[in-house]
Ligand binder design. Structure first.
Ligand SMILES: *Cc1c(COP(=O)(O)O)cnc(C)c1O
Length: 401
């Protein structure tokens, strides 16, 4: 058997398109990088981006901000969350999510995930009832979208306001409706490893005028809210503008210029991600020791990362399997690791949170979960090579069982 080694980087994104580079250079030459620094009659790149993203997302209002994490913090404050309020949240998500809950002084009520990485509906139902929480911060973690009919029904029944974290579902839909359009407000990230890349950046979208107005002031608009691209009419700001603190989390024209160019090709890129995702998934389908999960039919996902279970490999052998893949250039994350590497995604890593629960389902699901990024710099042939390496390494790990 030919020992293949994969040579490309799992963290290498594509270049910014020439049209984006040209626009960015224009912004640099103009010297007007701040979103409110415009020439007479000029609409800033940031305001134009807000208009265009609102149109793409099919929402009334869109606010561009400095990061996805900032979008979440602002969303939590703009729906009226106060210190001590309980927020139902994923036990499996990225650190900016519990971080945002913590900095607004709220208390997370972590909800279990199932084997399919989706929010466990019966646990959500129980905790919605028992905790009395009036908010749900739902991360569509790694792009997996739970049954939104069930989730909306639970929210309606208990009077819960939903905030969607769409860091991994920008451009995805559930039952034909864009992810982010199910709750009161949605948050997106344009950090380098998400679906659009401005280094750092994010969006908040909503159809609620008051939430949009509060979010705009919170983002640091000063009294210049009329210079936004997709914000509510000035009347909405009348009292909100003086009653809402400025948290200084604006986006700038340089990053907006780069993002406007990328929005043009977002849907094409989603197709390219999914072609790669399917190639890898098919390659792993009949592997020994590996179990893939077929995704729900209602979900039109964006395959920018892939997950699978290693439950044919006994626990002690999983690190050897991960290291074997790594030695051949295939970079997998394993969520069963006791001490997190590079980032934290499992609730028990967030030790600043008091009264940490024990969530056996989540721990069990993550104990065999592997995760891999699928950058667009990989070709479909690369994806076949990657799957082959994973299959071979899993086979040797199973043989050693
Ligand atoms: C990336 C990410 C965010 C936001 O991250 P920023 O780096 O602050 O833009 C939020 N939630 C999840 C699940 C993420 O992966």
């Amino acid at each position: 058997m030919a020992i293949k080694k994969f040579k490309k980087s799992f963290t290498q994104q594509e270049s910014i398109a020439q049209s984006g580079i040209d626009k960015a250079v224009e912004v640099l030459q103009s010297g007007r990088l701040h979103r409110y620094n415009t020439a007479p009659g000029e609409i800033s790149e940031t305001a134009l981006l807000e208009q265009e993203y609102a149109a793409y997302q099919e929402t009334r209002y869109c606010l561009a901000v400095a990061s996805g994490g900032q979008a979440i913090q602002i969303a939590l404050r703009s729906v009226g969350i106060k210190p001590g309020d309980k927020i139902l949240a994923n036990a499996y998500t990225l650190a900016p999510v519990p971080g945002a809950i913590h900095v607004v002084g709220a208390v997370p009520v972590f909800v279990e995930i199932g084997d399919d990485w989706l929010t466990d509906i019966s646990d959500l139902r129980d905790k919605a009832k028992e905790s009395g929480a009036k908010f749900l911060l739902l991360s569509h973690m790694r792009g997996h979208i739970a049954d939104m009919d069930d989730i909306c029904e639970i929210c309606d029944k208990y009077g819960i306001a939903m905030i969607e974290d769409c860091a991994h579902t920008m451009g995805a839909t559930w039952n034909g409706r864009k992810s982010g359009n199910f709750g009161k407000v949605a948050c997106f990230s344009t950090q380098t490893y998400k679906h659009m890349n401005s280094g750092e950046g994010g969006f908040l979208t909503t159809d609620d005028a008051e939430i949009a107005a509060r979010a705009t002031i919170l983002s640091g608009s000063y009294m210049l809210y009329e210079r936004h691209g997709a914000s509510p009419p000035p009347e909405t700001f009348k009292t909100i503008r003086l009653e809402t603190p400025n948290c200084s989390a604006r986006l700038d024209n340089l990053r907006a210029a780069i993002l406007r160019a990328q929005l043009q090709t977002l849907d094409d890129n989603i197709q390219r991600w999914n072609d790669r995702y399917i190639t890898i998934l098919d390659g792993l389908r009949n592997a020994v020791g590996i179990r893939i999960i077929e995704r729900p039919q209602h979900e039109a996902y964006v395959g920018s990362s892939i997950q699978f279970h290693t439950d044919g490999v006994i626990d002690d052998r999983i690190p050897a399997f991960i290291n074997g893949c790594m030695a051949r250039g295939v970079e997998l994350k394993w969520f069963g690791l006791k001490d997190p590497v590079a980032f934290t995604s499992r609730y028990d890593s967030w030790r600043y949170i008091d009264d940490m629960p024990v969530l056996p389902k989540t721990l069990k699901a993550l104990s065999t979960t592997c995760d891999m990024r699928v950058p667009l710099t990989f070709s479909e042939a690369d994806c076949r090579d990657i799957a082959e390496i994973i299959v071979e390494e899993a086979e040797s790990a199973v043989v050693l069982n």
